[in-house]
Design a protein around this ligand. Sequence first.
Ligand SMILES: [Zn+2]
Length: 280
Amino acid sequence: MPEGDTIFRAARTLHRALGGKTIEAFATRLPQLQGARLVGRRVERVRPRGKNLLMELDDGRVLHSHLLMSGSWHIYREGDRWRKPRRRADVVITTEPWRAVAFDLPVARLLKSERASPLLRQLGPDLLDEAVRLEDVLPRLRRANELPLGVALMRQHVVAGIGNVYKSEVLFLARLDPFAAVSSVGDDALLGVLSTARELMQRNLVGFARTTRKRWEGRLWVYGRAGEACRVCGGSLRMRRQGDDGRSTYYCPACQGVGPPGPHFAGDAALETRRRLQRK
Ligand SMILES: [Zn+2]
């Protein structure tokens, strides 16, 4: 699943190419977009909303897409070689001089307006939106108090934009147990988690879309590194599936004080001490 910063970069690239431009041709193989009558409309703005991409048109309509695991948007000029087969192109929007091509889009639909979508209305604040104050995100996390940290951070109506990679990385950096309930963590520690997530995502916005992630992956602390040595304590990193959708959570048992699977680790004195400290 692309993280919020991936979507943010995609939106920025699309906006620079299409913003203010008139759509000269529109082609799609998606049944729900057939007959959409986009030709002649102007693209006002392309912006991210959590992990959703919104293309706003001058008549108020919004082309909403979500990339999930598979989708991507590319920008080409006339005559450019496409980096994916043409038969996998779901949407092609032609302006002068840029052409935006979406491949393998799992979600794409045309909305009368952003407010017409309950999903978008319910999305939590976006960490990459600089107007969002972390103090305003805190009460939303508190309403998810009974959830494990690693699950709550991924709930898009709590906070939008944090994906699976950042979830593991941020909780490691904060030395927090991803399987502990949100309620066991103090406000300062939660604000620290949000602030680290925002910082990592913002840092990853710098540079070119195609190289940043690769460069960044070499610096991952725990994500995708199960069985390898922790870069801090040298212990063996682990992966455990978490939440209803069984997303992978990577962690260091020693650094993050993670006990064996199960709801209670009351016998683990070290962990209890750590939790007490975190509450302060
Ligand atoms: Zn460690």
